[in-house]
Ligand binder design. Structure first.
Ligand SMILES: Cc1cc2nc3c(=O)[nH]c(=O)nc-3n(C[C@H](O)[C@H](O)[C@H](O)COP(=O)(O)OP(=O)(O)OC[C@H]3O[C@@H](n4cnc5c(N)ncnc54)[C@H](O)[C@@H]3O)c2cc1C
Ligand code: FES
Ligand code: FES
Length: 467
């Protein structure tokens, strides 16, 4: 069964196949204000507003959302924003700022801006840019669209989004629809996991298999509603992050608590992607260019997997076993990641891609140095995009231990990194370029951290919980 609200009207979409995307459903049912550009999360033309149980509304790419994933939730599309003949403030602002020419991108921008109307945390330029970085416009140019965004961000109008948020049920409902199921607890998941169901969380990777490769899975298990995979909580010595927490929540939380993780997330996908993508999905898809792996490797995170027999802890350094393979066994799910508080350390995270926003890394890296009385006692150098899996370089880490963090030490480490790596040539970057960039990131890390005052960070275990 698939029931939800669309533009404040109840809908029963149970007649549609489980692999239908929300965008396909909208357009098949005549709601063609929402556009299809790429069908792979890159253009934002399909952006709609999705309100979850609990009332949180997110701008998402409807091309990547499977229809059963919105059971019990509320969708507002561009058709639902105006009140009769009165335009929504986001639409009015686009008109006033001359933000639309051919108009193909406009519904997506309007929905992204409508989300911004309800945000209270748009307190920096980069956050404004990030709000619309997932939307492409081929003809107007971004200045007028950004002006429209600035005009209405944070104004909290009384609109369909606010009403959907207030009317949202407090808790999620389970979903069973044809070959698709989304249980609320782990015990209810094991039968599908053991039967080899295709696991899906945010569907930003799996969704591409459906829309681009036209794959249809015999069974699909959505882990996005399982209670044990939710929330960010303080634990002794660090934090536990649920595998199904959307990355936009991890980003907001980490800005204060783990800035090095926040720095990587700033350049991860775009807001619509981060609203759906999860930490678990990023680690389980095990891409050699997955951006979170280097940060978690540098922080010595521990991943907790579970199966019917119970939980097992895997250091992230043992997680990636071969190209796109992990230490997770058949019948297991990733439940959470435990991240130790890095405390007083020199930290850096870097993503090198052809453009800054919404691009895939050629090389990524994260570094951590812990010192005692001016001498490095622990070093972590982690890279993505330079091998079949995300990697650390223990030989270079050992070389750094026992010496002060000086320009000479950094130069020797950079030379060693360049000598050790044998990356692949591909359409994104040549092996020579990747090797040089990886070595230069170590040099850049030195420049960034050389003069860093070595201050212990204040305790931060304040019991932060994102429900
Ligand atoms: C436009 C676009 C931009 C992107 N930008 C970036 C980027 O900048 N950096 C980057 O690293 N990635 C990027 N990605 C890739 C993707 O968004 C991430 O890998 C994301 O974290 C995947 O999370 P998800 O929840 O959507 O995964 P899903 O697509 O739901 O699942 C991915 C894989 O993980 C498995 N899985 C998911 N959760 C679990 C679990 N709890 N236990 C066991 N298996 C599980 C699934 O079976 C599947 O194999 C981008 C993707 C798109 C479409
Ligand atoms: S159609 Fe391009 S992001 Fe969905
Ligand atoms: S107005 Fe034409 S693509 Fe943006």
């Amino acid at each position: 069964m698939i029931r939800f609200e669309c533009n404040e009207k109840p809908v029963d979409a149970s007649a549609f196949p489980a692999h239908t995307t929300l965008l396909e459903w909208l357009r098949l049912t005549g709601q063609v204000g929402t556009k299809e550009g790429c069908a792979e999360g890159d253009c934002g033309a399909c952006t709609v507003l999705l309100t979850e149980a609990g009332g949180r509304t997110r701008a998402v790419n409807s091309c990547l959302v499977l229809l059963p994933q919105i059971h019990g939730r509320a969708v507002v599309t561009v058709e639902g924003l105006a009140e009769g003949t009165t335009l929504h403030p986001a639409q009015e602002a686009m008109v006033a700022c001359l933000g639309s020419q051919c108009g193909y991108c406009t519904p997506g921008f309007v929905c992204a801006i409508a989300e911004a109307c309800h945000r209270t945390d748009l307190d920096a330029d980069w956050k404004l840019e990030d709000q619309i970085a997932g939307n492409l416009c081929r003809c107007t140019g971004y200045r007028p669209i950004r002006d429209a965004l600035v005009r209405v961000a944070g104004t909290a109008p009384d609109d369909a989004v606010g009403r959907a948020s207030r009317a949202a049920p407090p808790t999620e409902a389970p979903v069973v629809h044809q070959e698709f199921s989304a249980p609320l607890t782990l015990p209810e998941a094991w039968e599908a996991v053991e039967a080899g169901a295709r696991v899906v969380a945010g569907s930003t990777d799996v969704g591409l298999e459906v829309t681009q490769r036209h794959r249809r899975f015999a069974r699909v298990l959505d882990v996005g509603r399982i209670e044990a995979l939710q929330g960010i909580v303080a634990i002794p010595g660090g934090w536990s992050l649920g595998a199904a927490v959307p990355l936009s929540d991890v980003e907001a939380w980490s800005e204060r608590e783990v800035p090095v993780l926040h720095r990587m997330l700033r350049y991860f996908g775009a807001r619509q992607i981060k609203h759906r993508a999860t930490l678990g999905g990023n680690l389980c898809t095990a891409s050699p260019i997955g951006d979170l792996a280097p940060v978690l490797l540098a922080l010595d995170a521990v991943l907790v997997v579970a199966g019917r027999a119970g939980e097992r802890r895997v250091p992230v350094s043992a997680w990636f076993t071969a190209y796109r393979q992990t230490a997770m066994a058949d019948g297991e799910l990733l439940v959470r990641a435990e991240i130790p508080d890095p405390g007083a350390a020199r930290l850096g995270a870097y993503k090198v891609s052809r453009r800054r926003e919404l691009d895939i890394s050629a090389v990524s890296a994260a570094f951590r140095l812990v010192e005692d009385r001016g001498v490095v006692v622990l070093a972590r150098l982690a890279f993505g995009g330079v091998a079949a899996t995300p990697i650390r370089l223990p030989a270079v880490e050992d070389q750094l231990v026992g010496s002060p963090w000086t320009e000479d030490a950094a130069e020797q480490a950079a030379t060693a990194v360049g000598g050790l790596l044998r990356p692949l040539d591909d359409h994104r970057a040549s092996a020579a370029y990747r090797t040089l960039v990886a070595a230069n990131l170590v040099r850049g890390f030195y420049r960034e951290t050389a003069d860093l005052a070595f201050r212990p960070l204040p305790p931060r275990h304040s019991g932060t919980v994102i429900p």
